[in-house]
Write a protein that binds this ligand. Structure first.
Ligand code: G3I
Length: 331
């Protein structure tokens, strides 16, 4: 049967990712965009399999505050109402980042106090707009270089490292009930970047700055994943009382030598290993994949190769990666 037909005959007895994730008291979801969910087949697979979603782009500063003081939540609102209608949680993404900024910020010349006010206004207005609708916010995204140094961003350069504490305090004031996350990539194992995050978050907790979790983006290749190292690393953050969620998982395939089938089987093994780690940690409350089907993935542009990084192919058929994930959730 084609993907279309299969999805239409899906009945409630069919095992789904969210059914088994729920048994383990975990959430499982994908990153998406408002125009994707208008497609009936896409929406059917999304709502059948997942119970949490992350706006991949449409909640970012360049989209919601294109001019200073002028806010446009139109597209993000569509995703929030889709999630509400389908009883899904939302991960808000991302309040403070160095990418997808509006030109008035990129080219702005302000005093330190004005930059702090700009950050406060953006966070307060955006978090207040979605108050009560957001399960967790990625408050600050990707603040460190791989070597553990602070990334020189418009926020760091103009405010200093304290921009991070301030961002979390502003977000908490605007919605005390939303979980507040720091989110980053290439942090899944112990390395200079994850050590820098560990040092930062230990300090934040000592200063009483509200932070609830660390988002491990988990953008991987097939090769070289060290699952026991990953478990040890996430556990040290969990031992601080923080959630340790997988927030943007996908697995590049073009780097793996072999036939397409061999690649997809090898990819499935990595999905299985990572999901096993996630399910073994009480601190890991949610797993989000960075897209639904392979053709949606940012990686197709980013790597310049055809990538097959996600759980579904472009016919919405379940790949070995899907089956491997489901089998881990069933354990
Ligand atoms: O929607 C517009 C379209 O109307 C326009 O014609 C087109 C012209 O370029 O741009 C489209 O917007 C693009 C958007 O993705 C939606 O597809 C933006 O240019 C493009 O910059 C944007 O890229 C996103 C990127 O973050 C930057 O925001 C990717 O989709 C998204 O997957 C990627 O996600 C990031 C996470 O937020 C943080 N972690 C890393 C991850 C991958 O880079």
């Amino acid at each position: 049967m084609s993907g279309q037909l299969k999805n239409e005959v899906n009945n409630s007895s069919e095992p789904t990712l969210k059914k088994f994730a729920e048994i383990k008291n975990k959430h499982i979801g994908i990153a998406t965009q408002s125009y994707y969910v208008n497609d009936a087949q896409y929406a059917s697979v999304l709502t059948r399999e997942f119970d949490i979603l992350t706006p991949e782009y449409q909640m970012k500063m360049g989209q919601v505050q294109p001019q200073q003081g002028v806010f446009d939540f139109g597209e993000a609102d569509k995703l929030v109402s889709f999630a509400r209608k389908n009883n899904m949680l939302i991960r808000g993404h991302a309040l403070i980042w160095h990418q997808s900024l509006p030109d008035w910020v990129v080219n702005g010349h302000f005093t330190k106090e004005q930059w702090i006010q700009i950050m406060k206004d953006h966070i307060t207005k955006t978090v207040s707009h979605f108050k009560g609708e957001i399960y967790a916010w990625d408050v600050v995204n990707e603040a460190f270089y791989q070597n553990g140094a602070f990334r020189p961003t418009v926020w760091y350069d103009n405010i200093g490292p304290e921009y991070i504490d301030l961002a979390f305090q502003f977000a908490h004031e605007a919605d005390p009930n939303a979980k507040l996350f720091y989110n980053d990539f290439d942090t899944e194992v112990t390395n200079p970047r994850s050590n820098a995050i560990y040092k930062m978050v230990t300090g934040m907790k000592a200063r009483g700055v509200p932070i609830d979790g660390i988002g491990f983006q988990t953008h991987l290749k097939i090769e070289g994943v060290d699952y026991s190292e990953m478990k040890k690393n996430l556990k040290r953050f969990g031992d601080l009382g923080l959630d340790t969620d997988i927030t943007e998982m996908d697995i590049v395939t073009h780097t793996f030598a072999g036939t397409q089938e061999e690649r997809l089987q090898a990819q499935a093994k990595v999905y299985s290993g990572v999901i096993q780690v996630a399910m073994s940690l009480p601190s890991c409350k949610s797993v989000v994949f960075w897209g639904l089907k392979d053709g949606n993935s940012w990686l197709n542009k980013y790597t310049g190769f055809s990538e097959y990084p996600l759980l579904f192919d472009n016919n919405y058929d379940k790949k070995p990666a899907y089956e491997a994930t489901l089998n881990q959730l069933k354990l």
